[in-house]
Design a protein around this ligand. Structure first.
Ligand SMILES: [Fe+2]
Length: 454
């Protein structure tokens, strides 16, 4: 993994094809972008400082920007001339940061736009605010004292409540899970907290209009490794399938009254969607047979592949069923159906060793996809609805073309995925792998969109 070659504010991008006239707004994305500093490589890409990139479609055409997340911890390290945080730090610095409880918010996992503010998120730190106009790094925030410890990288929007929900993990003698509600209007709230069954990593969760759902997989934190950083991040968690998974369901109307369910062992990074049915609470997700820390960055043939599965929590039982047999990750469901029953979702696919951007419709089993050209690696695709149709629109995926060392934003029509991009918008350099992003429509364009689709 190489450092981003060049960072810059908004500048004109080269456009190939025709950008849909109605596509007005900004795509923000983030990912690990600084893999080597002070002559030393980071131990694991998850620990690399983030680079937030943006592509803006407005009156001045297509403009792009990319900036390093220069967090407080990043600036301290620049001043010291060495790593002070994460397992890349020397032992003394690592112990000091561990004992102080200070973390570095790398902002390398997701962007989140809430109440006209842009945040770069990672699961172990507080939200890192960024200036959406310049991508300059502002302060990390606790949203008025609401964020107790960390604020994870997967806030989920529930359209029926017009509210984002999120969580944060607090490691200690026991691992606590803090729960947050962020309505689109009004103040953020701490909903409560509960004790996890064991100390582990939880990357994502599900949210409906009645419940939050968490999966605790049997990847146990190895405490002595966490205390000494020996083995680096790759060995921080030990997979113990005999323990199985514990599923926790939190009622939104009484967050103290959690329910626990048991299932056989599996791993997940990402959930697709969650919703309530007469049969119980449904959580769709991309599952793996075991924890694979390298999956997101090393696409090895023998690596376990994720599959679309469904958990149903009914009565006091949890059931799990396979929905689709294609390797799929980075799921996206239109905002209008988040937290509700849905039919079609979009994915980053791997088929026969090749990458595709695709859609899968549950009711019909219909698959549509664009197989990316050889050597082109797509990111997660962000769904942007047409102005008047919240369930159809465009997919935006930042694609790295390794041969040219350049990245382009591919714009695909969700109804004609197999035709390939209707337009490509090129940076003159390569943006390192990005994990997650968000689309922020222009205010003028937003007015024309149904409220549920924004
Ligand atoms: Fe993620």
């Amino acid at each position: 993994m190489k450092n981003i070659a060049r960072t810059h504010g908004f500048e004109a991008l080269e456009v190939e094809g025709e950008i849909p006239h109605a596509l007005k707004g900004t795509l923000f994305r983030t990912g690990p972008g600084v893999f080597e500093r002070f002559g030393k490589k980071v131990h694991h890409p998850f620990e690399a400082d983030g680079v937030v990139s943006a592509v803006r479609f407005g009156a001045d055409g297509a403009q792009g920007a990319a900036r390093v997340v220069e967090s407080k911890g990043y600036r301290e390290e620049e001043q010291a001339g060495r790593f002070l945080y994460n397992t890349s730090a020397g032992l003394v610095d690592y112990l000091r940061s561990n004992m102080s409880g200070e973390t570095k918010t790398t902002g390398n996992t997701a962007t989140f736009y809430w109440q006209d503010r842009l945040f770069a998120l990672m699961e172990g730190g507080k939200p890192q605010e960024m200036d959406p106009q310049t991508l300059d790094t502002l302060d990390h925030v606790d949203l008025g004292g609401v964020i107790k410890g960390a604020f994870s990288a997967h806030p989920h929007y529930v359209s029926a409540l017009d509210t984002y929900f999120n969580f944060g993990l607090r490691y200690g003698r026991k691992m606590e899970v803090d729960l947050y509600a962020l309505p689109t209007k009004g103040a953020a709230r701490h909903l409560g907290s509960f004790e996890a069954p064991w100390a582990t990593m939880v990357h994502d969760f599900g949210a409906t209009d009645k419940h939050l759902v968490f999966v605790f997989a049997p990847a146990r934190l190895v405490v002595w490794r966490a205390l000494t950083r020996i083995g680096g991040m790759s060995k921080l968690f030990r997979w113990d399938p005999r323990m199985g998974c514990q599923i926790v369901r939190v009622p939104l109307d009484d967050p103290e009254r959690i329910e626990r369910f048991e299932l056989d062992a599996f791993w997940l990074w990402h959930t697709v969607n969650a919703f309530e049915t007469e049969a119980g609470t449904v959580l769709d997700l991309c599952t793996y047979p075991r924890l694979e820390m390298d999956f997101l960055t090393v696409h090895r043939e023998e690596a376990p592949k994720p599959r679309l599965e469904r958990l149903i929590l009914s009565g006091d039982r949890a059931e799990r069923e396979r929905l689709w047999d294609v390797a799929c990750e980075f799921p996206i469901v239109p905002d209008a159906l988040q937290g509700q029953e849905y039919d079609r979702s979009f994915f980053h696919l791997q088929r026969d060793g090749n990458f595709e951007l695709g859609a899968y419709t549950l009711s019909s089993g219909r698959e549509r996809s664009w197989p990316c050209p050889d050597g082109h690696e797509p990111s997660e695709a962000i769904f942007v609805p047409y102005a008047d149709e919240p369930l159809r629109g465009w997919l935006l995926s930042l694609v790295a073309d390794a041969e040219q060392s350049r990245s382009y934003l591919a714009i695909l029509d969700t109804e004609r995925l197999e035709d390939g991009p209707v337009a490509k918008v090129w940076f003159d350099h390569q943006i390192p792998t990005t994990f997650h992003g968000c689309w922020v429509p222009d205010q003028a364009a937003a007015v024309a969109m149904p409220a549920a689709a924004q």
